[in-house]
Design a protein around this ligand. Sequence first.
Ligand SMILES: Cc1cc2nc3c(=O)[nH]c(=O)nc-3n(C[C@H](O)[C@H](O)[C@H](O)COP(=O)(O)OP(=O)(O)OC[C@H]3O[C@@H](n4cnc5c(N)ncnc54)[C@H](O)[C@@H]3O)c2cc1C
Length: 291
Amino acid sequence: MTFDRIYRDNDFVLSFELFPPKTDDGMIALEDNLRALFKFKPNFVTCTYGAGGSTRDKTLDTLARAQKIGKGPVASHLTCVDATVDDLRAYLHRATAQGIQNIVAIRGDAPKGQTSFQATEGGLRYGSDLVALISREFPKLGIAVGGYPETHPEAPDADTDLANLKRKVDCGADVVITQLFFNNADFFRFRDRCAAAGIGVPIVPGIIPATSFEQINRMTSLCGAKLPPRFRADLEKAAPDPEAQYKVGVAHAIAQCKDLKANGVPGIHFYVLNKSRATSEVLHALHVPEN
Ligand SMILES: Cc1cc2nc3c(=O)[nH]c(=O)nc-3n(C[C@H](O)[C@H](O)[C@H](O)COP(=O)(O)OP(=O)(O)OC[C@H]3O[C@@H](n4cnc5c(N)ncnc54)[C@H](O)[C@@H]3O)c2cc1C
């Protein structure tokens, strides 16, 4: 089932984002966590697409496991990094042959050692170019794109970034999934600005249950999301005790998700980081039934 139908037919869409494990042991652990996560009947799961060649092959492998265990729709992320248009086409053919009906179409970041994103010769420059390619040549695929409640770090200002997001939607994106964020006010402002700009597709919050200060510092320094000072202080205070940090992170995610649901979001996309415990606790708190 494609994104447009999933979001049209369901009042609240639950989705999980995985990444391709690097090792066989990682894949086995992921399968166990997937079995636990599938008890909540997600509407779809996605798998990220890495910067390096070897993990790229693993995106489709990871989704094949998810298709086998969950039997529901999956989406492959795809980026323009280090790829010609022919490479992108070849990947899209492989994905569709595997029964994948949805793509999270992403520009990607500059490879390590490069300061800014440069299009590969014969490749694409922006996320909107990838959306246009997919819409034109693979019109049956559903398309999600990334949105930035706190503005993309490279954008000169929030309005320019919003105009660029609208371009992706005008090129054919069915849904916007946001970068992770910790302050719902940023999301609600972004949602209002999208509506005012005429972006009519669902705007879906991306939420990460942040269970370790070290891990979340690493992630926020990469993507630019800000930790609210109080949450940062609570995580820091709990730092000597991993279980205490975990509880602080899960409590924050629960509070965020309850508030988002109360304010009518079309769904929540969980950055589960291939684990199930924290997301399961959040879902229990939201009274999402488990089989
Ligand atoms: C939901 C989601 C999933 C992600 N999945 C992955 C993944 O699987 N693998 C991975 O490596 N990374 C992933 N990322 C991270 C992503 O690679 C980075 O955020 C990246 O910096 C931007 O990707 P984008 O598709 O949003 O870029 P774009 O939409 O191309 O935007 C990038 C920048 O260019 C600007 N811009 C866009 N169009 C134009 C234009 N026409 N003219 C001038 N400026 C323009 C935008 O304002 C923005 O500042 C994901 C992010 C999100 C939110």
